[in-house]
Unconditional design. Structure first.
Length: 498
């Protein structure tokens, strides 16, 4: 491994302007994690127009900071208020709030901060070594391989997504439909434009993301009833005892490894990593009844895993151009706005961006560790601001931002339309994540599929003759039929014997 680009990457991130954007990103991320319902995907979508005016490296460093910063921000409200600010902090509620009721909120937050730092740092180190290898391997990818990879990504996101599998597949199907709106890249034929010139060039990712995640989340959150916030503004005894560190060390180690690998999987990410890490620790424990009653491992494992997963999810995005989750899809859009196409060539063609972003995560994790406890009181006070005050300001910023990207009123109409769609999807129990991911991967899927069929003279069996695409299609079949096989086995186990 050539260390020169890595060292140059530290030079990039240590530039004052990039350090400032890293700091801004992690502070905004912590704030986003504290505010229930908003989430990093919605925040990054709202901030997309701002990134248009910022240097590419600085912009992605800031957006990455928002993503992994939000993972720890959600811990604060989970521990103090029994109110997870982030979906990945849901399981932290069980033992984190139990510790707070015992007067050990400081211990819970301290363990979470240490676990987050270790998980994030271990994941960055692994990312530094693994990502270039993945990128060099991916240089062998052609249209057939990208076809299989895009299909596998869409299917994984749809089947692994939280909630109904059928609803996730429907949302992904809608995303694929939206991806074909506009002129056919091969023939120039207009599709689903209904004679509108605004739709002739296809739908822009920015208004879709800002509508579904920004406006849609705001409308849905306004409908929810908000209870009064009662939380301590002073936290004592933040540094865990030696016994606490001993009890949680194994959980932190296992959470780092588990979170790293689950973060790479499309549809995995921080939520699945935190749930899996908690389940592993409870299953391994000799006293599983302690979990939910204030076990420090129940805080350490999920908080370590979700930060490790947040970092490792950058691997498929930067090396393959495949976003692993909804937030990565929005960051993918930010890179496209900057004229940068993530993929195997990124490491070679834009090493300052690749290594600048990767190395910024070391700095960001240190900043999170330093700032996590002193800012608790500030974030709890922000929680007391009424949603009726915050929501109109956020909506106004969203609409103004959508207009400034292309100076187009049509984009504002799209944001409102997709905001209404996002709200209705939330009401009906649909996750907008599969829709956005399928929309992002749809263009890649169509172009790769059609190029592949031209390459194979229209013979679809050609996909199976190439080693990489053949293996990926085999994985696709396994993923597609795995739920049915599980259901069949479960039904057989329930059948009475004899």
């Amino acid at each position: 491994m050539d260390l020169a680009p890595v060292i140059d990457g530290f030079g990039v991130v240590l530039e004052p302007v990039n350090l400032l954007y890293c700091l801004i990103g992690v502070v905004i991320g912590m704030l986003v994690g504290v505010l229930p319902g908003l989430g990093p995907a919605a925040t990054i979508a709202i901030l997309l127009p701002i990134t248009f005016e910022i240097e590419a490296v600085s912009a992605v460093i800031m957006l990455a900071g928002i993503f992994y910063g939000a993972q720890y921000g959600g811990t604060i409200t989970s521990v103090l208020l029994r109110l997870p600010g982030e979906a990945s902090s849901v399981v932290t509620v069980f033992d984190g709030h139990a510790l707070a009721r015992q007067g050990r909120a400081g211990t819970a937050l301290g363990i979470a901060a240490i676990g987050s730092f270790v998980g994030g740092t271990v994941s960055v180190i692994a990312l530094s070594f693994l990502a270039p290898l993945v990128a060099s391997f991916a240089l062998d990818f052609g249209p057939p391989e990208y076809t299989a990879l895009a299909l596998l990504g869409i299917l994984l996101v749809s089947t692994i997504s939280s909630g109904s599998r059928l609803k996730a597949l429907i949302a992904a199907g809608l995303g694929l439909l939206l991806a074909v709106v506009g002129r056919d890249a091969f023939t120039g034929t207009e599709r689903f434009t209904f004679g509108s010139l605004d739709l002739a060039d296809g739908l822009d990712f920015v208004p879709i993301a800002m509508g579904l995640f920004g406006l849609g989340e705001i409308l849905h959150n306004l409908e929810q009833r908000h209870r009064a916030i009662h939380a301590p503004t002073e936290i004592h005894d933040v540094w865990p005892s030696r016994q606490d560190l001993k009890q949680s060390s194994g959980a932190i180690g296992r959470g780092s490894v588990l979170g790293f690998f689950l973060g790479i999987l499309p549809g995995g990410g921080a939520v699945m990593a935190s749930l899996a890490a908690y389940a592993v620790e409870k299953r391994r424990s000799q006293h599983p009844e302690r979990f939910g009653q204030g076990a420090v491992e129940g805080v350490a494992a999920p908080e370590t895993a979700n930060n490790a997963a947040a970092t490792s999810s950058f691997i498929p995005l930067l090396t393959l151009g495949i976003p692993a989750n909804a937030t990565m899809a929005v960051i993918f859009g930010a890179l496209l706005i900057q004229g940068i196409r993530p993929g195997p060539q990124l490491v070679e063609q834009n090493p300052e961006l690749f290594w600048g972003v990767v190395n910024s995560m070391y700095i960001g994790n240190v900043l999170l560790l330093i700032m996590s406890i002193p800012l608790v009181g500030l974030f709890v006070r922000i929680l007391r601001v009424r949603p009726a005050v915050l929501a109109p300001i956020t909506v106004l910023i969203t609409l103004i931002g959508a207009y400034t990207v292309n100076n187009s009123v049509f984009d504002i109409i799209l944001v409102i339309a997709f905001g209404a769609l996002g709200y209705l999807m939330k009401k009906a129990g649909f996750d907008p994540g599969p829709l956005v991911l399928a929309f992002v991967l749809g263009a890649l899927l169509e172009e790769s599929l059609r190029r592949s069929l031209l390459l194979f003279d229209g013979d679809p069996t050609g996909f199976l003759t190439r080693p990489i695409s053949g293996v990926l299609f085999l994985a696709l079949v396994i993923v597609a039929f795995l739920p049915a096989i599980r259901s069949l086995l479960s039904a057989r186990e329930k059948e009475p014997v004899g």
